[in-house]
Design a protein around this ligand. Structure first.
Ligand SMILES: NC(=O)c1ccc[n+]([C@@H]2O[C@H](COP(=O)([O-])OP(=O)(O)OC[C@H]3O[C@@H](n4cnc5c(N)ncnc54)[C@H](OP(=O)(O)O)[C@@H]3O)[C@@H](O)[C@H]2O)c1
Length: 338
């Protein structure tokens, strides 16, 4: 490769995304260079480019937080990764194993770490994970964030058991994986959406019940009815402040809410009575460690879980792909192929 293309933004806004050409980066000691073959979009990428994720972000920056590709070369001292390996990225690059630490937060890909909207990217060896067999690059690019976040709530934190109830909100990337994973784990699943068509699609993937949150603003009551008054054992809280109180009301006593997203906003009023009176556990989730990604990867392959890709775009269509994400019309993941 003599020159490589990447997206950069020098000021905030989707219209500020520009393709630039540069010399391909070479790996230093302990690093690997990856030819990116596909990346998937996460809601975070939209916020990063618009300046809503970190308004003080150092610019110019390269966006996009996860992807998959082929190892082009490895630096000195790299032992576990070889040229030609098919790999996925580990979003919290420095979080290899064990409990999350404050220092890990500064190592996320797609700012402040390297972004995947590039033909070649250099990452530390520890920030790549082998792709599971049986998946192509587009499919594998959906695993590092959306699938791993759903896994983090359901398994790492929720320890969901066969026969328990999972509740997941909306039909975006994380939530659709939550349906597929929860079913494969033997749980029962309730999903909410603004669209009856999307609910029908979620049910065809295995969701046991779908609730339209627009038609049914007190969807917590519907969850209690479906679960015989018990509530959901584990809640995948993707939607944020506007749904938090209702989510708590929909959770079983002692149940767990994995708070991970804020599509409806990050701050506002929350009622704490259901939290206290039901002794709920509310856990913040920032994807998961590399060790848990490896566990998830094996689980995906073992259960032949096929990611739901709403639409694929070409590299030069990234701004349009982000607009598609912003429109909320999608179901599952949006992928860009190189
Ligand atoms: N902390 C982490 O580790 C982590 C990891 C990944 C994602 N996230 C965050 O989690 C959220 C979801 O991410 P994503 O990538 O899955 O997003 P996405 O694909 O853009 O999906 C967003 C979905 O949210 C749903 N939604 C909007 N308003 C809702 C409401 N009031 N109630 C229920 N659902 C609602 C919509 O579903 P319908 O169209 O079906 O209504 C929409 O499709 C984002 O805030 C993202 O930043 C966090």
């Amino acid at each position: 490769m003599v020159a490589m293309r990447q997206y950069q933004f020098a000021s905030f806004g989707l219209d500020q995304l520009k393709i630039t050409e540069s010399e391909p980066p070479a790996p230093g000691p302990g690093e690997v260079a990856i030819d990116v073959r596909a990346f998937s979009l996460n809601y975070r990428d939209l916020l990063v480019v618009k300046g809503l994720y970190n308004p003080r972000l150092a610019l110019p920056a390269v966006p996009v937080s996860d992807g998959a590709g082929v190892v082009a070369s490895v630096g000195k001292g790299v032992t576990d990764v070889r040229e030609g390996d098919r790999v996925m990225t580990q979003f919290v690059a420095d979080w290899t194993d064990g409990p999350f630490e404050a220092r890990h937060a500064g190592s996320t890909l797609g700012t402040p770490g390297p972004g995947l909207a590039a033909e070649r990217v250099v990452l530390p060896e520890r920030a790549v994970v082998p792709m599971p067999d049986g998946y192509d690059f587009a499919q594998a690019s959906t695993f590092p964030i959306a699938a791993l976040t759903a896994w983090s709530v359901l398994v790492t934190e929720g320890k969901i058991q066969e026969g328990q109830w999972a509740l997941t909100l909306g039909t975006g990337g994380v939530s659709v994986f939550a349906v597929q994973l929860a079913k494969a784990l033997g749980a029962k699943v309730i999903i909410t959406s603004s669209s009856d068509d999307k609910l029908a699609r979620a049910q065809s993937l295995g969701a046991d019940h779908g609730i339209n949150y627009n038609d049914n603003p007190r969807w917590d009551k519907a969850v209690l009815e479906i679960t015989g008054g018990r509530g959901a054992d584990v809640v995948v809280e993707t939607a944020g402040i506007a749904t938090m109180t209702t989510s708590m009301k929909a959770t079983a006593a002692g149940g767990l809410i994995g708070v991970l997203g804020g599509v409806t906003g990050l701050s506002g009023e929350v009622q704490i009575a259901p939290l206290v009176m039901k002794r709920l556990r509310v856990v913040g989730v920032l994807v998961d460690s590399r060790a848990h990604f490896e566990e998830l990867s094996a689980f995906l392959a073992e259960h032949s879980i096929e990611p739901v890709i709403d639409r694929k775009f070409r590299f030069d269509e990234l701004p349009a792909a982000l607009q598609h994400l912003e429109s909320g019309g999608h179901f599952g993941k949006i992928v860009v192929e190189i």
